[in-house]
Structures are given as structure tokens and as C-alpha cells.
Design a protein around this ligand. Sequence first.
Ligand code: HEC
Ligand code: HEC
Length: 273
Amino acid sequence: MTTAVRLVLMAGVATLVAACMAAPPEGSEARPVAFEGAYAQGAAQVAHGARLTDVLGCTSCHGVALTGGSYADDPDGELVFASNLTRVLAGYTDAQIEALLRTGTHPRRDALYYMPAKSLQRLSDADMGALIAYLRSLEPQGRDWPGPREGEGTQALVAMGILSTSGDAVEAYRLNPAPGMGEQFALGRYVASVTCAECHGPDLSGVDPGAPGLQHMDGYSAAELDRLLADGVTRGGDAHGMMALVARRELSALTDAERAAVIAYVEALAAAK
Ligand code: HEC
Ligand code: HEC
């Protein structure tokens, strides 16, 4: 046991040394902005990855234990299932998982449905590393689910733009980033780009019909935004709409600093409009 502890400690030191040589020091502007804790190592890195599966909605669609299950009706009959992430990932390399998340391309199939690669492509490398480290730490459990049928009905809905594939909009999001509001808003802009943008549009200016432009949220005070994002209650007292639900299930996992940063950024967008 002593040996194991020492090995862990030595690995920790080696990582620290490598980090000091490779990465600029803490707080340096050159270090890419990321969620709080993204640069942690070892168990803390894995815990950060676990938090990200809530923040990024993986647990909303793949289930709290990430074991997957029925997700949507397949127009060709039966269901589309969200994959069991505790079982399928062993067959993929880290690079394949990263490509799947950032571009929506599947290592073995032509199409992948529903995954929001459009906004996930904006994840920093450090956050991506922590996310994959956590996914790799999961013990296999539950069962595998059938893949999508990809029949004629599905293809027709994709062609009409009613059903989207995961690769859709990746290019549009890449070309249309959220407005930069200066260095002091970098964290808030990053959090909004990766989370809010999934529904509020690539540059957060809104999707019609759907989610309003975040530059029009000047009716909301900072305290009201805080209540919405932390507790899932809108200014109008609604706790049941899409936004309230996503706040409770996903955005409540933001840290206080991340939430404060995203609120300051939304306020800056409103002030600049
Ligand atoms: C909006 C719902 C949704 C969200 C959010 C989502 N997924 Fe998925 N994901 C799905 C569905 C549905 C499938 C199955 C799609 C298919 O088979 O074409 C899937 C498939 C996958 C696959 C492919 C596995 C396989 O079967 O080969 C991986 C890996 C994956 N998701 C990881 C993630 C991770 C990690 C997150 C969070 C960063 C995430 N997903 C967020 C719905 C979602
Ligand atoms: C999964 C989709 C989704 C995500 C992610 C999301 N929103 Fe929303 N949001 C919506 C929708 C849809 C509405 C429209 C009202 C509704 O349906 O609940 C909305 C409405 C709002 C409103 C107005 C609420 C009202 O009073 O009607 C605010 C403010 C808001 N969102 C802020 C944010 C911020 C900030 C983020 C990121 C930190 C975010 N949203 C992330 C879907 C989303």
C-alpha cells in the first residue's frame, strides 16, 4: 500500500513538473480559458469531468448514470436510444471520442443523431481531457441499446431539416462565435458559448422559434438571472418551461464563479446592444 501511495505521489510530481514545463503559469493569459477546475490532475480532474457531464447535458440525455435509454421516436418505427456510455466507449480511442463530440462524426456509422457537437466543439482541450478521463473511469453497467435504423423516413426528416444529425450546424457555429466583450468577460463568454449557445444560437442572438437572444435579457436583474440559473425559476415565476428545466438539470452544476461570470457577460451583451 505504501508503494502504491508513493507511486501516486511520484506520478503527481512528474505531472506537476511536466505541467510547469509545458504550460504557462496559473492565471497567465496564454492559458486557454476553461471551466473552473479544468487544469486539475488525477482524481480532481476526473471529478471535474463528472461535473461537466451535468453542465453539458450528457446526463440529461444519456441518464444520470450515463447508461442511456430511449430518447426519441424513430420515424422508421421503434425508438432512437441514447447510447450506454459506460459500455460503448471502450471500443473507441480518445481521438475518436473527441472527434465524435466536436464534429458529430461516428467512428463506425455514417450518421449520428441529436448530439450537440455544434456547441461541444467549443470545449477547451483541458475540459475535453477531463471529460474523457471521467468517461473512461466509468464501470460498465446496464445493457447496450440498438443503433438508429436510418431508414427512408429518417432520411426524409433530415433532408427537411426536422431531424438533425450531430454534424449539422458545426460549421455555422464555428463561423459565428459569441461576441468578444474583452478579457474580463472571457470566462462568461466561454461558459455561454459552450452551454447557452446550444439553444440560444451560435452567437447567442436567439433562435426563432425557440430561445430568445441573450442580448435582450436586460429586463432581468443580476439577482433574477442568478435565481434562474441556480434554482430554475424564471423572472415570471415559471419553474416548468424548457429553460427552468435545463437550469435545474444542467446549469445548476455551474460553480458560483462561473455563474457570476456568465451573468456579467449576459449583462454586458445587453449593455452593448
Ligand atoms: C440532446 C441529447 C444529447 C446530449 C446533450 C448528449 N448526447 Fe450523446 N447521444 C445522444 C443520442 C440520442 C445518441 C445516439 C445517437 C445515435 O446513435 O445516432 C448519442 C450518442 C453518443 C455517443 C456515441 C456512442 C455510440 O453509440 O457509439 C457518445 C460517445 C456520446 N453520445 C457522448 C456524449 C457526451 C460525452 C455528452 C456530453 C458532453 C453527450 N453525449 C451529450 C444524445 C445526447
Ligand atoms: C437546452 C436549451 C437551453 C439552454 C442550454 C439554455 N437555454 Fe435559456 N432558454 C431556452 C428556451 C427554450 C427559452 C425560452 C423559454 C422557455 O422555453 O423556457 C429560454 C429562455 C431563457 C431566458 C428567458 C427566460 C424567461 O423569462 O422566459 C433567459 C434569461 C435564458 N434563457 C438564459 C440562458 C442562459 C444564460 C443560458 C446559459 C447559461 C441558457 N439560457 C441556456 C433554452 C435553453
